[in-house]
Design a protein around this ligand. Structure first.
Ligand code: ADP
Ligand code: MG
Length: 371
């Protein structure tokens, strides 16, 4: 656990970057600090590993005040990832990853083996080990940065805007991989971002800071959306929060898909026409995985081909979130949302009305955090 207790940082020019911050980052969880630029996120984070010393207050790690711990020993326990990865440009990937353990005396051979292991953990194959940072994409550099932070297997991880410098698609992938990785490694993580969507996606708990380094609210994402503490948090969490909150509520078995006739890709026109409901028929691959909808009376030839497919529909698991189910229903050209099982095979369809009714019923009970 990392605990801030009335921590203040005033810079010599009088700027109060952090103002009496009290906050607890629980063991094995991701705590996200989020807030507008200049609200003291980086300052707060850098006081944990003593790159910055507080003016007042105490930060404890486990049960020791960090001010009592030798800075080198402290940083061995705390991995640190920064925006743009901050890799050494003249070292190859493997040497970047293992820089700290090598400094601490790890042999060359062991370091190499461990580097390859860590690269695998962040989704980079051994072919990257001998490349230099400039030979990698932004997303790959960021992964190397994460591997390096994990090299000494620290229990704590600090991440300052780790995904901000990459494009939205890669950012989404890195976030997903990061969540998967955390399920494996279970570190105690403090992550800083200015992006509220990223905060809500990654955080087990989210601390919203306002200008002047004051804590506005610290809560689980679903609670932040449902009960913003004040107008600042409400505005920062943003519009659509009613809709976005649906992304934190699992449907459980509240939405029951109904059977949907389907045809396989390559099926004859007559078969597709016979299976169509309201003009639309769902097309699957040979394993019954949905591949798209087709308007049965507008087929190009006498068979259903990929050219005939409308690809607008998303799919959802029956036990996915309400947001996924509603999106599947609303994005489907037939008005019937495609529901799949754990293997991605067709389980049936749901109407927007059925999802809305399930949401209404579920909202009648107090919302908990389904994660
Ligand atoms: P964030 O990471 O949330 O964008 P920072 O923690 O970097 O914010 O900065 C918080 C405030 O402290 C800002 O107003 C910033 O200008 C100020 N600040 C940061 N570093 C210094 C410094 N070394 N000297 C004076 N003011 C600083
Ligand atoms: Mg910052």
């Amino acid at each position: 656990m990392i605990e801030f207790s009335k921590v203040t940082k005033a810079y010599p020019d009088g700027t109060v970057a952090v103002d009496r911050l009290s906050l607890r980052a629980p063991t094995g969880k991701i705590t996200v600090l989020v807030g507008p630029s200049g609200c003291g996120k980086t300052t707060s984070m850098r006081m944990i590993n003593r790159l910055i010393e507080p003016t007042a207050g105490t930060i404890t790690l486990g049960d020791r005040p960090v001010s009592d711990v030798d800075a080198v020993e402290l940083r061995r326990q705390i991995g640190y990832v920064i925006q743009n990865a901050g890799l050494f440009p003249h070292k190859n990937v493997a040497d970047n990853v293992m820089a700290l353990p090598r400094l601490l005396g790890l042999g060359r051979r062991e370091a190499r083996t461990r580097a390859l292991e860590l690269l695998g953990l962040v989704g980079l194959g051994p072919q990257y080990a001998d490349r230099y940072p400039w030979q990698l994409s932004g997303g790959q550099q960021q992964r190397v940065g994460v591997a390096r932070a994990l090299a000494a297997d620290p229990p704590y991880l600090l991440m300052d805007e780790p995904f901000s410098a990459v494009d939205p698609v890669v950012r989404g992938q890195l976030q997903d991989e990061f969540l998967r990785l955390q399920r494996e490694i279970g570190k105690t993580i403090v992550l800083v971002t200015h992006d509220i969507d990223e905060a809500l996606k990654l955080g087990d708990q989210v601390a919203v800071l306002r200008e002047g380094g004051r804590l506005a609210q610290c809560a689980a994402p679903a609670e932040l959306l449902a009960q913003p503490a004040d107008a600042f948090v409400a505005a920062f969490v943003g519009r659509d929060r009613g809709y976005r909150a649906l992304g934190f509520t699992g449907a459980g078995d509240a939405v029951r898909p109904v059977d949907e006739p389907s045809v396989k890709l390559g099926a004859a026109r007559a078969e597709a026409e016979a299976a169509a409901l309201d003009g639309w028929v769902l097309v699957t691959d040979a394993d019954l995985r949905p591949v798209g909808w087709t308007a049965a009376d507008r087929l190009d030839g006498d068979k259903v081909t990929e050219r005939d497919l409308n690809l607008s529909a998303t799919t959802a698991r029956a036990d996915g979130t309400f947001r996924e189910l509603l999106d599947a229903a609303l994005s489907s050209p037939s008005g019937r949302g495609v529901v799949v099982d754990a293997e991605g095979r067709l389980a049936g369809t749901v109407s927007p009305r059925a999802v809305a009714e399930a949401i209404e019923t579920a909202s009648a009970v107090p919302a908990g955090d389904p994660r």
